[in-house]
Design a protein. Structure first.
Length: 225
């Protein structure tokens, strides 16, 4: 059940990401251009995978380009015109590192979708029909997918917040204008860090104590006899 839910939610997330790209194309084109390191406005715009945006040469280096894919992603057709960063004042450009964040977010999301699909196929062909257990490499991959999914979420949030810079309210209020001028925030930040550290330690201790009393091996014995 968990694999089925993981696959469905990963697939829905991919569809949501595609829709978000279309929203960016219409309402925040600078963010989309920065995410793909696109400087020149063009039709049949390529999708840059990997690499990094070089601020000196103003191009994506060491990336793999998929012809026409960005235009299709943005507008649903290969001849959709995608605006480049040169269309906007330089002071409104988002930071170039959002391209890397975007690639990490999409790359991990695609990896998790593929992992769920592989695990489901293995379950169908080898476990359900031949009564074989999951191999260790696949089980470890599924375990690691948990931290990877959290990293994917965090990369997405940092991309979302960094990609809209310098605006807090798009083309109305900048982040510099909205930032608080209150002092003594360092202590409050430190207290929040200590609170989350305490919650993390308590969570680990509670889960460790629980699984010592209720080991997973008991459930595995019930499943596989």
């Amino acid at each position: 059940m968990s694999l089925a839910v993981a696959f469905m939610m990963s697939f829905i997330s991919a569809l949501s990401g595609h829709h978000s790209a279309q929203i960016l194309h219409e309402y925040s084109p600078e963010k989309l251009a920065a995410a793909e390191g696109l400087f020149e406005t063009q039709r049949y715009a390529p999708l840059a995978i990997g690499g990094y945006t070089d601020p000196k040469t103003e191009e994506v280096k060491y990336g793999i380009e998929i012809p026409w894919a960005l235009s299709w992603l943005a507008g649903g057709t290969f001849d959709t015109e995608v605006k480049g960063l040169y269309e906007f004042p330089r002071e409104t450009w988002p930071p170039f590192y959002v391209h890397t964040l975007f690639n990490l977010m999409v790359g991990i999301g695609t990896l998790l979708l593929g992992l769920a699909a592989i695990a489901l196929l293995y379950w169908w062909f080898f476990i359900k029909k031949r009564n074989r257990p999951f191999p260790k490499w696949l089980l470890w991959s599924l375990v690691l997918s948990g931290p990877l999914s959290m990293l994917c979420i965090e990369f997405g949030w940092v991309f979302s917040c960094s990609g809209r810079q310098p605006w807090t309210i798009y083309r109305v209020q900048t982040t510099a204008e909205a930032a608080t001028r209150n002092e003594n925030l360092g202590m409050l930040f430190l207290l929040f860090l200590l609170l989350y550290a305490l919650l993390s330690v308590l969570t680990i201790l509670i889960l460790t104590a629980y699984f010592k009393r209720n080991p997973v091996s008991k459930d595995m014995d019930k499943l596989y006899g």
